[in-house]
Design a protein around this ligand. Structure first.
Ligand SMILES: [Zn+2]
Length: 483
């Protein structure tokens, strides 16, 4: 919990509480314990010896806490069904508050150590070979758009029966069919997406530089425009809104421009960049946009104009309730809105010499094969681990190039179009971006660039953000049905 608090912001926390902690099951458990505590208090009051027990209050409270902790674990295991417990990897030990407190403190400490080591890596970064090769570039725009919680099986670009991507379908896109995210936690993905390390290389994310630093070293202006992690005007070097990315030392070394606030809807947020700043003429630029996408709670992600799908549009093959089907419809509506936002971004860059990559940070579940909404972590389930992985990490990944970019990079565009079926995991994304910008660096490895003719297929590991174990995606999923 401490780790999550350090990597979240107030609006995300409120939605998490609303979606998970305020569920009927949780409220029932809380109600039961509140009732027990009230009864205990009444008994104590009835004894009329309250004054006598005050000096012993601390030891009594400590004992109650331990007993309640143990009782909570017992009730949790008894009350929730096995699928729920497997999903969140609960056991008697891991659901005990004393254990979770110690574990949280350990994880929080690890996070701070990682950030300190990242600062060391950034300070020691030397890259004498960083140059731009190929055609002379002085007005190139690379745009990376990172979406949120977009399961590709809800995209009509990937064959979904609902038309959730009508506008992107009309664009000339390279649609990549076999890309997975390296985790299903936003912050874990962001770390490994930015770092030149990869899970299969053995180096930790903080032991390699972040690609924005290399782009800046190559003369690019780098903007990070995030609707999730923004700086506060009165922010400190290390605050509770954005983890490592908001550390002043990291931010200053990686970015020329960042936003100080977000918007309720992604389109307002994107328009804010183009109306307030936009691109500079005659300057190579890397623009990184991070959207809210389909982040839980999905109904909060799109305005009323995008309520296209409703419970009447779905066949109820699983006997879901109206509420469950509405959750599926809300997810699809959020993807429909995301389609509109991406199309607007493409319209804004059309006249530039530009290339855009869109991917989602990870997937998500919305009752695809079981009663589950949001993230799940039971990758090792013998019953359905492959289905969990498919839905949690199979993501949309598309590349759009403008006419102007295609004219001067025809060979590169051919390579992009020839690579759409390559098996790729997103912890190697920095190599793709360096490749698109033709940046030569000590850290660039063409065999890790999805769009390079030298690309080599590797083992694809997915990190479980709960236990930090790595899972071999292809070993678990190959040849298995998604649903
Ligand atoms: Zn996410």
């Amino acid at each position: 919990m401490l780790l999550l608090l350090s990597e979240t912001n107030s609006s995300e926390s409120a939605e998490f509480i609303a979606e998970y902690l305020m569920s009927i099951k949780t409220l029932k458990v809380l109600g039961l314990f509140s009732g027990c505590m009230c009864v205990a208090l009444l008994v104590a009051l009835c004894t009329k010896h309250v004054a006598r027990i005050i000096p012993k209050l601390s030891s009594i409270c400590g004992s109650i806490l331990i007993i309640v902790s143990l009782l909570r674990s017992a009730f949790l295991l008894h009350y929730f069904d096995s699928a729920y417990l497997d999903n969140y990897k609960y056991s008697f030990l891991t659901s005990c508050p004393i254990f979770t407190l110690i574990n949280s403190l350990w994880q929080y400490d690890s996070l701070q150590n990682e950030a300190l080591q990242l600062v060391d890596t950034i300070n020691n970064y030397e890259d004498s070979e960083v140059i731009i090769t190929g055609v002379e570039e002085n007005d190139l725009k690379i745009i990376l758009v990172v979406g949120e919680s977009f399961n590709k099986y809800h995209s009509s670009l990937y064959g979904y029966s609902m038309e959730t991507n009508p506008l992107l379908k009309q664009q000339k896109l390279a649609v990549f069919t076999n890309v997975i995210s390296c985790s299903n936690s936003t912050s874990q993905v962001l770390k490994n997406l930015l770092s030149l390390s990869s899970f299969d290389s053995g180096a930790a994310w903080f032991e390699r530089p972040l690609f924005p630093q290399i782009f800046r070293n190559a003369g690019f202006k780098v903007t990070f425009w995030s609707n999730q992690f923004y700086t506060k005007t009165n922010g400190n070097a290390w605050d509770n809104e954005g983890s490592f990315i908001n550390d002043d030392r990291v931010s200053a070394s990686c970015f020329d421009l960042r936003n100080v606030k977000g918007s309720r809807y992604d389109l307002e947020f994107v328009n804010d960049f183009f109306s307030s700043y936009g691109f500079e003429e005659g300057k190579n630029e890397l623009l990184m946009i991070q959207l809210m996408g389909s982040h839980i709670d999905r109904r909060e992600r799109f305005p009323d104009d995008f309520c296209k799908f409703s419970i009447n549009n779905y066949q109820n093959n699983h006997q879901w309730t109206d509420r469950q089907i509405q959750q599926i419809a809300d997810n699809d509506n959020s993807i429909l809105y995301n389609d509109y936002v991406l199309n607007e971004i493409i319209d804004k860059i059309k006249e530039e010499s530009a290339v855009l990559i869109y991917l989602s940070d990870h997937g998500d579940e919305t009752h695809e094969f079981r009663d589950c909404v949001g993230r799940a972590f039971d990758f090792d389930s013998a019953e359905w681990g492959d289905k969990v992985l498919h839905n949690q990490v199979d993501i949309p990944f598309v590349i759009y190039v403008t006419e102007s970019y295609e004219k001067t990079h025809s060979q590169k565009v051919k390579c992009i179009n020839d690579s759409v079926d390559n098996a790729f995991v997103t912890d190697d994304l920095p190599h793709v971006l360096l490749d698109l910008a033709s940046i030569q660096s000590l850290y660039f490895d063409p065999t890790r660039s999805l769009i390079n003719s030298e690309f080599v297929v590797r083992k694809r590991f997915v990190e479980n953000p709960q236990d930090f174990n790595l899972y071999d995606y292809d070993e678990i999923c190959s040849g298995k049905d998604v649903f």
